[in-house]
Design a protein around this ligand. Structure first.
Ligand code: SAM
Length: 505
């Protein structure tokens, strides 16, 4: 298994792997990098953007983070390159090599002549969310980071998600659960055993690592198929199971009725309450099903279509050994009410609703001089106007001090002239009969002056530290409902506990 660039990007971009071209902070282009010149053109595959053209040959094998200059790849030069490439294919050995080198030189020259550039960055769930081809509304980073944290998802966990839509949440959750690829379940001491050892309960023994997994369900077939293609292209195949399924009617077990053994569930569905009857530990009672159905709309399947009466034997999709956490994502409060009611009926606890209102704070240093120029030009932003006004106030304050010092000095000159006229001896404030202007500044005065000069220069160089809230942040504002389903406690569990703890709690 090749490592996924999402989980282990390495240091360089490589052919046949996903790379992200970042044009601006929120303008990103994903591209599976083609191996050298796989088209008729010498440049090979090219990403054409409004900042210029980026042939894949200029991206492959570059270290992540490299700034890539755009190449001038126009139709004319493409025609020439195409011919040259064809000729190069026909001719053997040296000639072909020389032609390819020439084509490469063309690209380099064009790159140097062009002004556009982009950064080549590795794929992450965050960059993928900003660049993925949208087939539906997607869950954005501020929401999914909070959701995964509240669901307490950690390496080795299994997550159910429905509907999978464009796969934004899928990529974030696979990173959260990743604990190695299949075949890497090497035995190790689990954290639980370490705890048990600490209290002297078990002897040191080895245990197989539980690999993480994401179980994605999507009922729109083209979307399910496209997600499968992307998961394969991104090397996430062994960790994500995509199932084309209507989860309202058919639940969350896999095609062979295997259980995903889920520790956490995320439902981004129009009617999550219709799916909840499949997320139980044992078949729900008819009374519970009738209650859930009566709080739903008429499209809710009747209890006769529910899991307890389906042809498959009941199988819980949940991990029987752990409390399971759920999050549902709904834009309307009416959907929330129905979901909460169904959760209560089916025994979920700690039900809680949250709305994320994320705002990014842009913190930067601003050059005071520039802000003032903005005011003069009449096009400064509100914040820079405020800053310039403050700066002018500072200047005015300093001018007032300067003028009062000037006045004092003039008065002193007048006083001396009057004294001289009267033939009086002039005594300086220092009382030594010397002119104050001729007294050299003391060491502490000199230090103070240097410090002030340094501070004013530093302030000018670095600018004042300012922050602004971004007016807009892409986020699908929805209500998040969280709940916990406690683990079941059987006679067997109690017996085991009694044996382990010897009746002590
Ligand atoms: N969470 C996804 C993401 O981050 O990209 C977006 C999910 S999108 C808003 C909702 C998806 O739920 C749609 O793709 C829709 O086809 C799917 N869906 C709706 N009803 C469904 C059902 N009964 N079973 C499975 N999927 C369903």
């Amino acid at each position: 298994i090749l490592p996924s660039p999402f989980l282990d990007p390495g240091t360089h971009a490589s052919a046949n792997n996903l790379g992200i071209l970042q044009l601006r902070r929120d303008q990103l282009i994903p591209a599976v990098l083609a191996p050298e010149a796989d088209s008729d053109y010498a440049e090979g595959k090219v990403e054409n953007t409004r900042f210029g053209s980026f042939p894949h040959s200029t991206l492959v094998n570059q270290p992540w983070g490299t700034q890539i200059l755009a190449s001038l790849v126009d139709t004319g030069s493409r025609g020439k390159s195409k011919k040259r490439k064809r000729d190069a294919k026909d001719e053997a050995g040296e000639t072909a090599k020389r032609d390819t080198q020439e084509a490469k030189k063309d690209i380099a020259t064009a790159a140097a002549a062009s002004s556009g550039f982009a950064h080549l960055v590795p794929p992450t769930p965050e960059t993928w969310t900003l660049s993925l081809p949208h087939r539906t509304q997607v869950v954005y980073t501020p929401d999914y980071s909070y959701i995964l944290q509240r669901l307490r998802v950690r390496p080795g966990d299994h997550i159910i998600e429905a509907g999978a839509g464009s796969g934004s949440f899928t990529h974030a959750s696979v990173r959260a659960v990743f604990n190695g690829y299949p075949g890497q379940e090497e035995t190790s001491n689990g954290a639980e055993e370490a705890d048990e050892e600490a209290v002297g309960l078990t002897k040191k023994k080895k245990r197989t690592k539980r690999l993480g997994g994401v179980y994605s369900f999507e009922y729109h077939e083209p979307r399910a198929r496209q997600l499968q293609v992307e998961i394969t292209e991104h090397g996430l195949d062994p960790l994500v199971t995509v199932t084309h399924r209507d989860v309202y009617g058919h639940g969350f077990c896999l095609d062979d009725n295997d259980s995903p053994d889920a520790d956490a569930i995320f439902l981004d569905l129009p009617a999550p309450w219709q799916a909840l009857k499949h997320l139980t530990r044992s078949p729900p009672s008819t009374a519970a099903l009738t209650s859930v159905a009566s709080s739903s709309d008429p499209s809710t399947p009747s209890p006769s279509e529910t899991p307890s009466s389906s042809s498959q034997p009941f199988r819980s999709p949940l991990n029987p050994h752990k409390a399971v956490r759920i999050c549902t994502f709904s834009p309307c409060i009416e959907q929330v009410t129905k979901t909460v009611s169904a959760l209560r009926t089916l025994g979920w606890l700690e039900i809680d609703m949250v709305e994320i209102a994320a705002k990014r704070l842009d913190v930067r240093r601003e050059r005071v001089g520039l802000a003032e120029e903005g005011v003069r030009g009449g096009n400064a932003s509100a914040a820079s106007v405020q800053e310039a006004v403050q700066r002018l106030r500072d200047v005015e304050g300093r001018a007032a001090v300067f003028h009062s010092l000037q006045k004092e000095k003039q008065e002193e000159v007048m006083r001396r002239a009057e004294a001289k006229k009267r033939g009086e001896k002039i005594v300086d404030k220092g009382g030594k009969g010397k002119s104050a202007e001729n007294v050299p500044p003391s060491k502490s005065d000199r230090l103070e002056r240097t410090k002030k000069e340094f501070e004013s220069r530093t302030l000018f160089k670095e600018g004042r530290l300012v922050h602004r809230t971004e007016p807009e942040l892409k986020t699908h504002t929805s209500y998040l409902v969280f709940a916990v389903l406690p683990r079941e406690w059987s006679e067997e569990d109690e017996e085991m506990a009694r044996r382990r703890w010897g009746g002590k709690s």
